[in-house]
Write a protein that binds this ligand. Sequence first.
Ligand SMILES: [Fe+2]
Ligand SMILES: [Fe+2]
Length: 304
Amino acid sequence: MAFSRRAAVLITITLLLFGLAVIWWTGGTGGSFAHFLYLPILFAAIELGVPGGVGAALVAGGVVACLPADAAAGAQQTLLSRGVHVTSFMAAAVSTGAVVHHLRVQRVRIQNGFVESVAALVNALEASDDCTAGHTVRVSDLSVAIGKTMGLSAGQLEVLRDGAVLHDVGKVGVPHHILNKPGRLTAEEFSIVRAHPTEGDRILGPFSHPHAAEIRDLVRHHHERLDGSGYPDGLKGEQIGLMARILMVADVYDAVTSPRPYRTAMHPQDAVAMLEDEVRAGRLDGDVVGVLRRLVLDGVRLVG
Ligand SMILES: [Fe+2]
Ligand SMILES: [Fe+2]
């Protein structure tokens, strides 16, 4: 929707009043100005959906039915003329609202389809390794749980969910033997792994979505740290938004509570203690870790 609901209602009322006034000034509904009323009706149907369009059509039809056909000649409208006005206004409202609704549903499906396709790619990547299987789904669920507790809006939670689902998509460019290497990585291998946030951002470059920029920002910045020690851009403090702060905590929590070939999984409470050390060191957000701590203590099912 291009306008807020309130603005759309105000514009519709203004256009209706203007249209009715023009019909009145020009002497009645017999002139071509009666067609002006399609403007508020179509506008309301596009911006407010079928109910808004029907509401505008009823108001326009009701008032037009009371106006004369030709005031100067003293000619009233016939019953048929009144009926035609109301019926055609209603038909315009319902058909336009329905088409716009259908297009919006299709657009959301296409957008979600893209996220789901890339998520399937990430799942396939994770499935090749028992240790990381299900990582993105868990990180996404945990991020949304933290975000909800912190009062994020429904729209922000959707962005956070999609950003978390896609956050490690750049790992498709990291060779399998490096991703699953049981021992320490060499400096060169480490730099390849560290490129996955920028690679993910690049992969999502052609991503057409109303929140593409925010989602790509999450993908690119999920390894940043508040003290500037993270990568790839070394962002600091306020340069890192709340959603990225949530995602980085959820990502670390899931990583350390999942087993690796070279270590066992940490107990959730030990993981929280480790994250609190990171807060004290200035690397992670204390409010986010505090919320995670409460979720863990409340026994929310965060792993598996
Ligand atoms: Fe990552
Ligand atoms: Fe991750």
